[in-house]
Design a binder for this molecule. Structure first.
Ligand SMILES: [Zn+2]
Ligand SMILES: [Zn+2]
Length: 235
């Protein structure tokens, strides 16, 4: 099974080599070359709590002002748009460690991401449900978290309690309802979460409902602060 997956991934990724830019195919280059990074990952003004784009000089979006989320800070590296959508899809369905490193590098370079990573006591990948994990074989958020801050990663502190409906098929209200009680903090964590500054890591943030539900569970378990670092944010 493992080898079939390995073989499947290498065949599907045969068009892309690690020494080639995954976007423009420039060669030799890094997994995402400097020119593509400049062209497609330029810094943007984003809401400090949900990473949604906001006009220059605005700190928080209207949604976060009206309904403050359970999260202290949220950073996104890029918009979930061309050319990142296709690259993230490729990353999601073929566990490609080279790509994980390149995408994590984009996250690390996002404004204030380095400070958030340094301040975190633990880095928690947003978990998949047991069923989704079985289907895919790995959690793409865990690959990113490991590439970002391997010694701080705690993949088992947070777990998905039940299989939720695919968020993409739901509207905002339905998404929030769908996720109520979807996350739980493991009873086997080695220490109390009191005093802990936690950082959630995920690949794509759509409405923020998933990250906010995860943050609520951690907050209820006593975490002092919960922030999030995501690769891409749906504009
Ligand atoms: Zn390129
Ligand atoms: Zn916001």
């Amino acid at each position: 099974m493992f080898f079939t997956r390995l073989l499947g991934a290498s065949v599907a990724d045969a068009r892309w080599l690690p020494s080639q830019c995954a976007i423009c195919h420039a060669w030799p280059a890094q997994s995402v070359c400097e020119a593509c990074r400049t062209a497609f990952a330029a810094p943007a003004q984003r809401c400090v709590q949900c990473a949604q784009r906001v006009p220059q000089g605005v700190l928080r979006c209207g949604q976060c002002l009206a309904h403050p989320p359970a999260i202290d800070a949220c950073i996104a590296a890029v918009d979930y748009a061309y050319p990142w959508e296709a690259l993230i899809t490729r990353f999601k369905f073929h566990a490609n460690p080279g790509l994980a490193g390149a995408l994590a590098a984009l996250m690390r370079k996002a404004d204030a991401a380095a400070q958030l990573l340094a301040a975190a006591d633990a880095v928690l990948p947003v978990p998949l449900s047991a069923e989704r994990l079985r289907q895919r074989g790995y959690n793409q958020a865990l690959l990113l978290a490991r590439a970002l801050a391997r010694p701080k990663v705690q993949p088992r502190w947070l777990r998905r309690t039940h299989d939720t409906l695919a968020q993409s098929s739901l509207n905002r209200t339905e998404r929030l309802r769908n996720l109520r009680g979807a996350f739980a903090v493991s009873t086997q964590i080695p220490r109390d979460l009191g005093g802990q500054h936690l950082l959630l890591v995920d690949d794509v943030m759509t409405t923020g409902a998933t990250v906010h539900a995860a943050a609520s569970a951690l907050r209820q378990a006593g975490a002092t602060s919960v922030s999030a670092l995501v690769l891409a944010r749906t504009p």
